[in-house]
Design a protein around this ligand. Structure first.
Ligand code: MLT
Ligand code: MN
Ligand code: ZN
Length: 304
């Protein structure tokens, strides 16, 4: 399968429009070794022609312009995106549906019933799209059963329930239900290889660790280096854990967990603009390099 990383930033992207943090201000000034990142989305193809979009970011318009396989090529109104799969109902993962409202037929959208509820109540994008061509919803179960998607040739998907947070506008905020957040195992039946993708991960439960250990490549929550990163920057008192993100640097955090895995290629994604790992010359980035963990960037291509 071909995996193309459209957006490797967290919500807000890098630089964030109103942010003057060390990273954002240095990126604007051209004094940091790093690159701008759009908001969280990847796309995968098993046949090189039809693409599955994982999460629809507010930056989808620019992301499509950055990646010709998603662009119109066959008829007057057209796209290479065959279906959209959502990990959750967060703004950075769903707002692109509004941007793509001009689609000439209902979008094939795959998400859990918990996410469907958010998208028809707290953030009623699906209801709004009913005034355009609508959404053809397929329910993703949280029982870790396999599913396939039309046109996603050679690919088998499994949703992996995760402990994270429902969005602030969700009826399930602070009382999360199964399916508020899922990651995905995507297996290529031709190569026998599999990807584990989880851009929002609050707790690494045993079943999650098993998926990670068995994967050939993992793309996993790289939001923050420290749990108190937002307060360190004087931005907010909220801990990353309260937003459903496990930090990299603590004991039992993402870095330690990933560094113990032998099989997979390990890549961080959904990186917040405050995270020091965005600076390629930082000591934090050096620590990741030492344990073989990569930091993703927009336009990164992976083939497994
Ligand atoms: C998150 O990942 O926690 C959210 O996307 C934050 C946001 O709303 O930007
Ligand atoms: Mn996010
Ligand atoms: Zn910033």
């Amino acid at each position: 399968m071909q995996i193309h990383l459209l957006g490797t930033g967290a919500g807000g992207g890098f630089p964030q429009w109103n942010c003057n943090c060390d990273n954002c201000s240095r990126l604007r000034a051209g004094t940091i070794k790093s690159s701008a990142r759009t908001q969280s989305s990847i796309t995968i193809s098993g046949n090189g022609e039809d693409w599955i979009l994982f999460n629809a970011s507010p930056d989808i318009r620019a992301q499509i312009e950055s990646f010709p396989p998603l662009q119109p090529a066959r008829k007057i109104r057209d796209t290479g995106i065959a279906a959209i799969i959502l990990c959750d109902a967060q703004i950075d993962h769903t707002t692109g549906l509004i941007i793509m409202r001009e689609h000439d037929k209902p979008w094939n959208v795959y998400c859990t019933s918990a996410v469907y509820e958010d998208m028809t109540t707290g953030y009623p994008i699906f209801n709004m799209l009913d005034h355009f061509r609508g959404v053809n919803w397929s329910e993703i179960k949280t029982d870790q059963s396999n599913f396939t998607v039309p046109k996603a040739d050679n690919l088998v998907f499994t949703a992996v329930p995760l402990k994270s947070e429902a969005p602030p506008y969700s009826p399930h905020r602070h009382a999360t239900v199964a399916g508020d957040n899922v990651g995905f195992k995507v297996e290529d039946t031709k190569t026998g290889k599999n990807l584990f993708y989880a851009p929002g991960l609050g707790v690494i439960e045993d079943h999650v660790l098993e998926y990670m250990a068995d994967a050939d490549c993992i793309l996993v929550d790289g939001t923050v280096w420290t749990n108190d990163e937002m307060s360190r920057h004087g931005i907010s008192d909220k801990l990353a854990s309260e937003m459903g993100h496990l930090d990299q640097s603590s004991k039992g955090g993402i870095m330690e967990t990933l560094s113990n895995l032998q099989k997979p290629r390990k890549i961080l994604i959904h990186i917040n603009n405050t995270n020091p790992i965005l600076d390629e010359d930082s000591p934090e980035r050096e620590k990741l390099n030492e344990v073989g963990i990569e930091v993703s960037f927009d336009g990164m291509e992976i083939e497994i």
